[in-house]
Design a protein around this ligand. Structure first.
Ligand code: NAI
Length: 677
């Protein structure tokens, strides 16, 4: 067997004359298609073209999978569209050459096969994937689309509907689904991979053609109609002005499907254009921020086997359910049997929805134990406290449980507003207390604030951060100051929305303007969803330290037990859990500064948090606000928004608002002392 080694690739020619192209990018846990990999591939492909072997098989030597995608770090280095296009065209030429090789070509896939990796696989004649692999074209999540011929080739393999669905949603498919849709040729068990690849080269099977009705969908007559429907569907999730990529994909398909060469050229131009745009650059930044947050889990010595949760209410129950789902043994303690029974039922429902198979649901439920007596406390490595939001009650509990806990165990409180310093008094070892502030609903919200008090030990912090990462959430360390980061910046925004309502602006108008800015939900609907009692509680707490006025109207609603979605009535009415939008008077004219008032209050508070070092850096502040509130990701976070709009400009806008609406808009001192770069 002849062997040739490059930095990233190794070519092994076997006794049948088949070239096995092994990819193993050094110093990286996953294979990525970086510039070096592409340059080497170019040389290899040139040789294959000049002297075609019996067949070519692409495979990965990484345990993590085939190829995770292109190198995202290179996406932010292009100085112009032209420079990006040169690089993209180079990859196009290589992939075209692979596609045109006269011998059979196979991509042999295990683990992840995403983005550029999937596009390389699509350029091969056959794709064979191990049953557990995950395949997809997730580029749209970064504000771009496939750019190495993937739009054209996925449509050819899967048909227009299936391919466009895959590209527009960015979701990934399991091998079996991928086989059904035509994205891959075969899905086989791990042990058969090598034989299947070899057999495919030696006895190349006929490639299935697409069903007859594909011709109809793709015809010049029907395509505009389908494109219109698709655009409408996309518009429900993402506005063209905020997220141009999905619309660019539909346009490519609509305008160029009939001309393959042209569609490939236009794909390259389109992605080069999108890559240099603000949306893609900001979404790429957001993607990197998730990595930064995950990277905070540094202490490899942290070992967590058992979690004991105390308080089985809305939060404690859901935290216990989630931790068991992620593989932990969890005991859940509450004062009431009924509460514990309700949590187990809630867990079973969620597990059924996510895991589907009874066997998996049952084994997950086995890890979640109702524990009224608190027997699990003694073996727990982490005790999560989620009882009533009352400092005295929490202190009393801590005093009671500490003597029974393991010497090394950490106490993590889910308090949403009490500074840790008010809770450490009752503890013999105050350095074991850390905040683990989950957001509601736990299963959906990606962020957990790691609240670090004056006395919190480094070890307790690392335990909290590691646990958060292990349960697939994003950890953000914050100081133990009122409201921490997320609630603190949300509150001025929410109270401004209520002030606008009290001034007579219809709630639908307020929410619509926030949505137009790019928020995932309007502030009034958000308040109703979180619960008006909880909003009031947080507002009252924060009003002691921040310039916010607690609305009398809000107090009245809460006094009347009008609490939002959970009671069927809040600012909005809810029927069967669905929000009922009130009709807007046709002659209503909204004030012009609603967006500025909402967003700049949030941004001014963000600046205050940055100045006070509530989170470690500008990037971490932005990350926390994006993942904790859903703040329009395409803006890249509030501080990135300030940078893009111009710091001076934002400051002037705040000063104008202060003149018109009063001191709550007074620019924070940070505007003068900090430069957002
Ligand atoms: P909840 O009122 O729904 O649940 C509290 C549970 O604790 C009840 O089931 C109660 O029986 C139990 N409990 C009280 N004292 C106990 C004790 N000594 N031993 C055992 N069980 C005890 O409250 P919720 O909303 O779940 O809040 C819990 C904590 O999470 C609070 O600190 C709250 O501030 C915080 N939080 C709440 C959020 C929310 O949206 N509800 C969001 C983030 C944090």
């Amino acid at each position: 067997m002849a062997k040739k080694k490059y930095k990233n690739w190794t070519i092994i020619n076997d006794e049948d004359g088949i070239s096995w192209l092994h990819l193993n990018v050094p110093k990286s846990s996953a294979n990525i298609l970086n510039e070096q990999v592409i340059i080497e591939l170019e040389e290899i492909v040139k040789q294959l073209v000049s002297k075609p072997p019996t067949g070519v098989i692409f495979l990965s030597d990484k345990e993590s999978g085939f190829i995770a995608g292109a190198d995202i770090n290179e996406f932010t280095t292009f100085e112009s569209e032209q420079a990006a296009l040169v690089n993209i065209n180079r990859a196009h030429a290589i992939f075209n050459a692979i596609e045109n090789l006269s011998c059979p070509t196979v991509a042999l896939i295990h683990g992840f096969c995403l983005g550029g990796g999937m596009e390389l696989a699509l350029a091969c004649r056959y794709r064979i994937a191990e049953e557990d692999s995950r395949l997809g074209l997730p580029e749209v999540k970064l504000g771009i689309h496939p750019g190495f011929g993937g739009t054209v080739r996925s449509i050819e393999r899967m048909g227009s509907f299936a391919a466009l669905d895959l590209i527009l949603t960015g979701r990934s498919l399991k091998a079996r689904q991928a086989k059904k849709t035509g994205l891959i040729t075969y899905s086989v068990p791990q042990r058969h991979l090598l034989t299947a690849a070899k057999q495919t080269v030696l006895k190349p099977p006929k490639i299935k053609s697409l069903p007859w009705w594909e011709k109809i969908i793709n015809s010049n007559l029907v395509r505009p109609l389908v494109a219109k429907i698709l655009s409408k569907k996309v518009a429900k999730r993402a506005a063209r002005s905020h997220y141009p990529a999905p619309y660019a994909i539909i346009d490519l398909w609509l305008k160029h499907l009939n001309n393959r060469t042209r569609m490939l050229e236009e794909e390259a131009k389109s992605i080069a254009h999108l890559l240099l745009g603000k949306t893609a650059q900001n979404l790429i930044r957001v993607f990197k921020l998730t990595d930064e947050l995950k990277g905070l889990a540094k202490d490899k010595s942290v070992s967590i086997n058992h979690i004991h949760v105390i308080g089985g209410g809305v939060m404690g129950g859901d935290i216990a359910i989630w931790c068991a789902l992620q593989g932990y043994n969890v005991t859940l303690q509450d004062q009431r049997h009924e509460t514990l029974a309700a949590v187990i039922q809630r867990g079973a429902k969620l597990y059924k929805k996510i895991l589907k198979q009874t066997r998996l649901v049952n084994s997950t439920l086995d890890r979640l134990t109702a524990d009224i007596k608190g027997n699990g406390l003694v073996k727990a490595d982490v005790v999560i406290e989620a009882i009533f939001e009352d400092a005295n009650v929490k202190c009393h509990l801590f005093k009671e449980i500490e003597p029974k806990m393991k010497r090394t165990a950490v106490i993590a409180t889910n308090t949403s507003s009490i500074p840790l310093e008010q809770l450490t008094g009752s503890l013999k070892k105050p350095d074991r207390l850390v905040g683990l502030h989950f957001f509601n609903p736990v299963s959906k919200m990606p962020l957990v604030e790691i609240v670090v008090g004056e006395k919190t030990s480094k070890k307790a912090q690392q335990v909290a951060i590691t646990l958060t990462k292990k349960i697939k959430k994003l950890p953000l360390p914050v100081t133990s100051t009122p409201g921490f980061l997320v609630n603190r910046i949300l509150m001025p925004y929410l109270t401004e929305a209520v002030t606008l309502f009290e001034e007579g602006v219809p709630i639908t108008v307020i929410d619509k303007i926030a949505l137009e800015f790019g928020m995932p939900m309007g502030p009034i609907e958000l308040a109703d969803t979180v619960g008006l009692d909880i909003c009031l509680h947080v507002a009252e707490n924060l009003a002691e330290s921040m310039p916010i006025t607690v609305s009398e109207h809000l107090r009245e609603l809460v006094a009347k037990k009008i609490l939002g979605k959970k009671t069927g009535q809040g600012f909005y009415q809810f029927k069967k859990g669905k929000l009922v939008k009130p009709q807007l008077k046709s002659n209503y004219v909204a004030p012009t500064d609603i967006k500025e008032r909402l967003i700049l209050r949030l941004i001014n508070e963000t600046m205050a948090c940055l100045r006070e070092h509530v989170a470690g850096s500008k990037d971490l502040v932005d990350a926390g606000i994006i993942f904790g509130t859903g703040f329009a990701p395409f803006h890249g976070g509030p501080l990135q928004y300030v940078k893009d709009r111009g710091q001076e400009q934002v400051l002037m806008a705040l000063e104008n608002l202060e003149k018109r609406h009063g001191s709550r808009f007074k620019p924070d001192d940070g505007w003068k002392s900090i430069v957002i770069e």
